[in-house]
Structures are given as C-alpha cells and as structure tokens.
Design a protein around this ligand. Sequence first.
Ligand code: FPP
Length: 244
Amino acid sequence: MPDGADPTPRRMVPRHVAVIMDGNGRWAAKRGLPRLAGHRRGVEALRGVVEACPDFGVETLTLYAFSTENWRRPPDEVHGLMQLFRRYLRREAAELAEKGVRVRFIGDRAALAPDIRALMAGVEERTALGERLTVVMAINYGGRADILAAARALAADAARGARDPAEVDEATFEAALQTAGLPELDLVIRTSGEQRISNFLLWQAAYAEFVFAPELWPDFDRDAFARALAAFGARERRFGAVRA
Ligand code: FPP
C-alpha cells in the first residue's frame, strides 16, 4: 500500500447499526407494570429509531427482536411478544413502504407460527423497493446458528462436488450467512447498561464498535440514539492496523 493511503476511509456516521434492545422488563418493573407493557413501549422506541435513521445518515438498521434463547421466557411473555410482532407487521407495512423502508428478516422462521411467517413474507414483498433505509429484524435469530447453517450449506456443496473446500474464503462464507448482501456492520448498540453480545451477529461484529447505552430500551429516544452515533464518530477505528 502506498504511503499515506488509507484502506478504510473514515466515516463519522455508521452505515450499518445493529441494536440489542434490552431493558423492557426493567422499565415495566420500575413502574409496577407487567413485562409486556415494557415490550409495548419498546415498539414505540423502535419506531422512533427507525424514523431517525435516514435523518442521521444510517442506511441499515438491524434489530434483535427475538433470540433463539428467548423461547425460554414464560409462555405468556413469548405469546405476548409474538402478538406484538403480528400487530406491528400488520399495521406498519404500508407506512414503512411509503417511507421508503425496506424490511428484511433474519433468523429461523421454521419455528414461528405460519401466520407470522406469512406476514413476514408479505412485508418483505411490500417493502422490497424501499431505498431510504433497510431494516433487518432478527426474529428467532442466533449468531451461532447462523454460522452453523452457513458451514453446513458450504459442506453440503463440497460433499456433492459443487465446491472446492480450499476455495472457501471469508467472502464465500459471508455470502452463506443470513446477512448476505448487507453492508459491513459498523456499530452495535446495547441499551440498559448490559455489556454482552448475547449470541447476536457474532461473525458480522468482528470489527464493529460497541456502544453500551445506559437507557432502558423504552427510554432510548432520538437524543440517546444521537449520543450513541456521536460516540461512534469519536472512535478511532483501526481494523487491526496501526494509525500514525
Ligand atoms: C429485551 O428486554 C427485549 C426483548 C427480548 C424483546 C425486544 C422486542 C421489542 C422491543 C418489541 C417487539 C419488536 C417488534 C419487531 C415489533 P428484556 O425483556 O430482556 O428486559 P429486561 O432485561 O429488563 O428484563
């Protein structure tokens, strides 16, 4: 590389932001409300962040709505979350399409109710032409499961002679993940002060910056989002290299 050339032009605004929306339960408990009331308010916060993205220059927003581990929650909470997905997908598809938002889902759909799967397919189809913002909803998603499924698919290709294992590189692997085609993940935000990745985008977060916001997710408003983006802008990203 010639002297002075920068392989990673510095972007102050992340193109791709992922959010672990944590703290709904605590938000509700603090008010003596059922946990589901926190999730409901969480949907409001989600709406605010989706609306803010194009204003702030974020092109892709990936949201951890339900993890493969979340099935272990009490059945009424799981049911309530599924109801929230249904309502959100039914009510917001038209508005999202109108606002130029393209919606995509990652995660294993097989375990979801058939009507939810149908709603998801419908929203993907209705919003397919959106160019202002891509919203990726991770529902029944797990980072390890994503990596395993990719490895399995590539191994199956190799076993039937359609792929040379020696030629599997990072680009090939990435193309086999559910996030194929999305821009490189720049920033992961986790709310509520917890500092874990919780099996989210394990491969994809390799060079991402992390911001742990103190706000509980239902309190994560436009200003809190702006602060998280500003924290990203102030970081020096080196991608393993040394910067003079
Ligand atoms: C974590 O908070 C939050 C979740 C497991 C669910 C996230 C879902 C939403 C924000 C709403 C539904 C989304 C869509 C796409 C309509 P927690 O319950 O673990 O909070 P706690 O740690 O305080 O208990």
